[in-house]
Each structure stands twice: as structure tokens, then as C-alpha cells.
Design a protein around this ligand. Structure first.
Ligand SMILES: [Mg+2]
Length: 363
């Protein structure tokens, strides 16, 4: 595939409300949109600055600027990915935006959807809707609103106050009834002993699983909680690539993993993790980190290519007050692709202009 031009657009869009989790809170979502052109055909991806990989809008732009000579060339996606991953191990989100854009472009050139190129089958993907850390009555109100809008799964952020968290989850369960699936994410907020207590209480509330209850580097603690808990424990911050996925699976450190395109360098990195999970028979969720439609659409495409991804937390675009892309439809609790080629997305040019960040050294 011949790439003629790589460009990057730093964009800041406010969220509809402040999003608070155990490790911090934010009102604005910054994204770097990545455009790759081959002749008059384009592909789009997006990179999301985040605290998990430690990347900023500036670091993402710097990485993309540095790799231009490698990208604006005759490229094969996987070998380019391997080369750039070695050169830029600290920039997985920047790499993800590029990788996602290249797959969109490849699909657009070949006239196929991305999941089709990877042997997947079309279907709607059930996504949860995440409720940040907020007071109990607000938590319940948000849960009611999301269920009324058609969501059949809720993810509740916890991790700052154990007793309050259990009360919040119990109140949501009472409000929404038994048919709505609830999972929780502690974002490393608890000690091992607190996590074990938490899991016992959550099991009584029919919570499906708990994400990353302990610190990401406490692998022994993660294993202990997983062993003691009757509900599955999912590794999120602890797993950033296929090598860590291999360690988690082989040493049984957690029951499931959360694959995020921004952590693992995009679809290429995600499929490497999926290969590991298929070898070990371990299930996964596909998650997100503040991304807009391109990376969310990539997450949906990823889901369609494997049975190992049992859950989807692909809701960050719903939290934005506006979007710079269209192409995803939410219907009856599921995300549906548009059916167009590539990722099935379309840029809204005037939104790119409206939310553009004025920064030095734009690619
Ligand atoms: Mg998480």
C-alpha cells in the first residue's frame, strides 16, 4: 500500500459532564486524529492522550512527526507496526491512531470493511454505558437514564470509598432490576484485602466482573484477589501488550483482560493479544480511553473478528458534547457499523476546524 501523506489533527472536545474515576477527573477529551492518504483515498484513525500510557497530545504529535518518513512510503501494516513499536515503545496510543488509520485506508482501497478483511462476521455489539464516580443519588439517576435510553449493561466506576461504592452498586441494582448487566471498575483503588471484601459483596449483587481492583504492578495481589473472588477479576491497567497478556494467562494472574487499542498500539497489537487469549481460552472485554468515533469503530470491528471478546465498553464517544465523525449507530443497546468500507466512518470537516487545538509543530 502506497502512503502519500500522513497528517495529524489535535482536537479538544468538552465532555457532556465531568468524568471522575479513582485516578482523576476530566472535563475535556483531547484526541489526535490521524489521516493517511493514498492517491485520492483516505483513512482515519485517532489517538487518545491518557494517563495509563502517559501520553499527551504533544507527545503523540511528536511521535507522528518523527515517523512520517517511514509512513509516507510503500508500507505493509504489520511490518511497519513492528518497526515503529520497537522504535517508539512509549507511544502506543500514537501508534494506535496510525494503525487504525492504515486499516481504514486499506479497507477503503480494497472496498471491504475492516472486520471482513480479518475474517469477521457482521452483528451489533452490546456496549455498556459507564457511570463515573458520583454521589449515590446521581449514580442511580444516571443508571435509570441509560437504561431508559436502551443500554442493557452498565459499568460503575468505583475505587475511592469501599462502603459507599457497595451502597452505590446496590442502589443501582435495586433501581434497574435483575435483567441489566452490571460490572464495576475500581481503577486500582483498593488494597488486596479490600478487594476481596468488595468482590464478596459484589457477588451478592450479581455483578458480572470487577476490573483492576489493585495497583497495576501488584501482580501477586491481583492473583490473590482472582483466586479468592467468586466473580471474575479483569486485568486492565496491568495488561498493555500481548507479552503481558501471555504472562497473565500463563500464570493465571487474572480471569479476564481488558483490551484497549490505545494501550496496545491499535488493531495490530489487539489481534496479537487475541491470539494469546485464543491459545489459553481466556475471555476479554474491549475498552476505550476517551476516544472519538474512529477508534470506537475500530473497537467494534475488532469485536467482530473473535469470539474471545465477550464484553464491550465502547462508550467514550457518548460522553462527548459533540463528535467530529459519524458512522456508528446505537440501537437497542448495540453499536452497529454503517456498512461502508474501512471502519465505516465519515469525517465532519467543519467540526475538525471548530475544535482544532492551536499547537506548535502540527504534523
Ligand atoms: Mg478499566
Amino acid at each position: 500500500m502506497k502512503i502519500d501523506r500522513l497528517r495529524a489533527y489535535p482536537i479538544a472536545i468538552d465532555r457532556s459532564e465531568v468524568f471522575k474515576i479513582a485516578t482523576g477527573s476530566s472535563l475535556t477529551a483531547e484526541n489526535v486524529y490521524v489521516k493517511v492518504d493514498s492517491g485520492d483515498i483516505s483513512g482515519w484513525g485517532n489517538s487518545s492522550p491518557n494517563s495509563v500510557t502517559g501520553e499527551t497530545t504533544e507527545s503523540i504529535l511528536k511521535m507522528l512527526r518523527g515517523v512520517k518518513p517511514y509512513v509516507e512510503n510503500e508500507v505493509e501494516i504489520t511490518s511497519l507496526w513492528e518497526e515503529l513499536k520497537k522504535k517508539h515503545p512509549q507511544d502506543p496510543s500514537a501508534l494506535a491512531g496510525l494503525d487504525i488509520g492504515l486499516y481504514d485506508l486499506k479497507g477503503n482501497i480494497q472496498g471491504e470493511q475492516v472486520f471482513e478483511m480479518h475474517g469477521g462476521k457482521e452483528r451489533g455489539v452490546i456496549t455498556d454505558r459507564t457511570i463515573g464516580i458520583m454521589p449515590l443519588t446521581d449514580t442511580v439517576e444516571h443508571a435509570r437514564e441509560y437504561v431508559d435510553r436502551g443500554f442493557t449493561a452498565l459499568k460503575i466506576k468505583i475505587g475511592l470509598d469501599l462502603l459507599e461504592d457497595i451502597k452505590r452498586v446496590a442502589a443501582v441494582r435495586e433501581e434497574v432490576g435483575d435483567d441489566i448487566r452490571i460490572w464495576v471498575d475500581a481503577n486500582q483503588g483498593y488494597s488486596v484485602q479490600e478487594s476481596i471484601t468488595l468482590c464478596q459483596k459484589l457477588a451478592d449483587l450479581d455483578v458480572v466482573f470487577v476490573e483492576q481492583p489493585v495497583k497495576e504492578d501488584d501482580l501477586e495481589g491481583l492473583k490473590k484477589v482472582s483466586e479468592e473472588s467468586t466473580i471474575p477479576v479483569m486485568a486492565d491497567e496491568a495488561v498493555k501488550d500481548h507479552e503481558m497478556a501471555e504472562k497473565i494467562c500463563s500464570e493465571e494472574l487474572a480471569d479476564m483482560v481488558n483490551i484497549k487499542l490505545m494501550k496496545c498500539g491499535g488493531l495490530t497489537g489487539a489481534w496479537k493479544i487475541v491470539d494469546v487469549l485464543e491459545d489459553y481460552g481466556v475471555d476479554a472485554m474491549v475498552g476505550c480511553m476517551g476516544e472519538d468515533v474512529p477508534a470506537i469503530a475500530a473497537g467494534v470491528n475488532l469485536c467482530l473478528t473473535t469470539d474471545r471478546i465477550k464484553y464491550a465498553d465502547l462508550d467514550s464517544h457518548f460522553m462527548l458534547s459533540d463528535m467530529a465523525f459519524r458512522g456508528l449507530e446505537f440501537k437497542e443497546g448495540k453499536l452497529w457499523l454503517s456498512g461502508e468500507t474501512g471502519l465505516g466512518i465519515q469525517v465532519i470537516e467543519d467540526k475538525l476546524e471548530k475544535y482544532h487545538m492551536e499547537l506548535e509543530g502540527v504534523v
